[in-house]
Design a protein around this ligand. Structure first.
Ligand SMILES: Nc1nc2c(ncn2[C@@H]2O[C@H](COP(=O)(O)OP(=O)(O)O)[C@@H](O)[C@H]2O)c(=O)[nH]1
Ligand SMILES: [Mg+2]
Length: 458
């Protein structure tokens, strides 16, 4: 039976996205764990700085497992065990979409007498926070809605001419050059062409390139082997195809992909999002060098670019009726020294500004940028000889902490590649028993929560 309390509970949908390895799983795990372990009596809390927590209004949190029968549940338990077990390690990568719901019980802020709850004398409320973790690669597909098969083919073939791509695209290019687009359609040929194109995309991903379409070719999830993935860009296309040709068949598949994959996905999962956090791994992109960095920027730009195109675009989804706040967070800020974290935020902000031709980020008040670490694996310290800031952290395969001096963060966008060697290190989570019962140390997670859900806990 529904209680009055249930009826007054608010449901809030928070989208968590970012390209693969950006830090989504770690972010969601830390967020949930820290909310579940919130202890107002603790002297040091990972939530210190989160206003409802500081004000003593966060009463408690519970995980709900009974909510989404048709979408995989976010593997919180598994990720937590990996991070806080005998030999702590980062959770296994996950693919596709998952959801999890956490109910937050809170005391209502005083003076909100106009709310229905207050009039009924309810001093406490519940926020049902539904977290949706989905791959940013699927987001890179969104601009496909605003294009045609012919234009898209041209753009992808031009892209395949640049940097390292020609070498990676060789086999696919040679195969599709064997037949002209007006050849008779042949399903076996189509399957082979699509497979080679998929191999090419995987090779690009391996080479740390990020602007890869269609995203589902790389992360098919439930579409593995589906016929809607049986197409690829074709060279030398006329404006429109003759019936029965390869061109016609590929164009039809492309349209199916637009409607049945891209549009359906957004409608089903995103139409209902209220808040969004986009995780950006600026550091790894810097580490991987100019081509990977530019490619990631291009992937982000293509997402931002589609803000401009009205209804078919991200605008409708990201800034539309529902989503009222978007946070862009540069992740893994614990990989750089304290003095560089603001620079990381600034670089990410500048990158987004440069890419943001429609000035969305500059003009919208409800878009923010932060440099964060959902789980802080390093500690800040100083060298004894010259007093320079360094990090203490556990390198992969080491059991002890090593002092490390990571590269500096460029102050400009685009970065001056000749000036510095941008080298950052990976660290393992620390074996600290306090993590399990006290929560995860982090950088700026409370500020992120203030921005995303602070207002909803009043
Ligand atoms: N030090 C540190 N490393 C992180 C953090 N978040 C993610 N990572 C690293 O990035 C990797 C990928 O993170 P994950 O959450 O699995 O990325 P996802 O693919 O977006 O879900 C992890 O295995 C860690 O090595 C963080 O907050 N701090
Ligand atoms: Mg993940």
């Amino acid at each position: 039976m529904k209680t009055l309390d249930d009826l007054l509970a608010r449901r809030l949908y928070l989208g968590v996205t970012g390209l693969s390895r950006a830090g989504k799983t770690v972010f969601v795990t830390s967020l949930i764990h820290n909310l579940l372990r919130a202890d107002p009596a603790a002297e040091e809390s990972p939530l210190r700085g989160f206003d409802p927590f500081d004000d003593g209004r966060l009463v408690g949190a519970v995980l709900r497992h009974d909510t989404n029968a048709t979408v995989p549940e976010f593997p919180y338990r598994k990720a937590l065990d990996a991070l806080t077990g005998e030999s702590p390690h980062w959770p296994e990568p996950t693919r596709g979409i998952s959801r999890i719901r956490i109910d937050l019980r809170f005391r209502r802020a005083q003076g909100l007498t106009t709310s229905a709850a207050a009039r009924l004398g309810l001093t406490e409320g519940t926020l049902q926070l539904e977290i949706v973790d989905y791959p940013g690669e699927w987001l890179v597909d969104l601009p496909l809605l605003g294009t045609t098969f012919e234009d898209w083919s041209r753009a992808m073939l031009a892209q395949a001419e640049r940097g390292r791509r020609p070498e990676l695209a060789r086999e696919w290019r040679a195969f599709v050059a064997e037949r002209t687009p007006d050849s008779e359609h042949d399903e076996e040929w189509a399957e082979r062409a699509a497979a080679l194109y998929t191999d090419y995309l995987h090779a690009c991903a391996e080479a740390r390139l990020r602007f890869l379409q269609p995203g589902r070719f790389l992360h098919p999830a439930d579409l593995r082997g589906a016929s809607v993935l049986r197409f690829c860009p074709l060279p030398d296309l006329p404006a429109s195809p003759q019936p029965g040709t390869l061109h016609a068949a590929f164009r039809d598949k492309f349209r199916d992909y637009q409607e049945k994959v891209v549009r359906t996905f957004y409608r089903r999962h995103f139409a209902g999002l209220d808040r969004q956090i986009v995780l950006v791994d600026t550091l790894t992109a810097l580490n991987d060098g100019p081509e990977a960095f530019d490619d990631m920027s291009e992937a982000l730009a293509s997402i931002l670019h589609s803000f401009r195109h009205g209804r078919n675009s991200l605008l409708g989804w990201l800034m539309g009726r529902r989503i009222s706040r978007v946070m862009f967070a540069a992740t893994k800020a614990d990989h750089v020294i304290r003095g560089d974290r603001l620079h990381l935020e600034n670089l990410t902000r500048r990158m987004l500004h440069v890419l943001d031709e429609s000035n969305l980020i500059k003009t919208a008040a409800d878009v923010d940028v932060q440099a964060i670490a959902a789980i802080r694996a390093t500690r800040d310290t100083r060298r004894t000889d010259n007093g320079r800031e360094i990090l203490l952290g556990r390198r992969p395969d080491d059991s002890d902490e090593t002092p490390m001096e990571p590269g500096a963060i460029p102050l400009d966008f685009p970065p001056d590649w000749a000036a510095l060697n941008y080298r950052y290190w990976d660290f393992q989570p620390r074996p600290d028993p306090a993590w399990r019962h006290g929560g995860f140390p982090n950088i700026r997670l409370p500020e992120v929560l203030n921005f995303l859900i602070g207002e909803d806990l009043r």
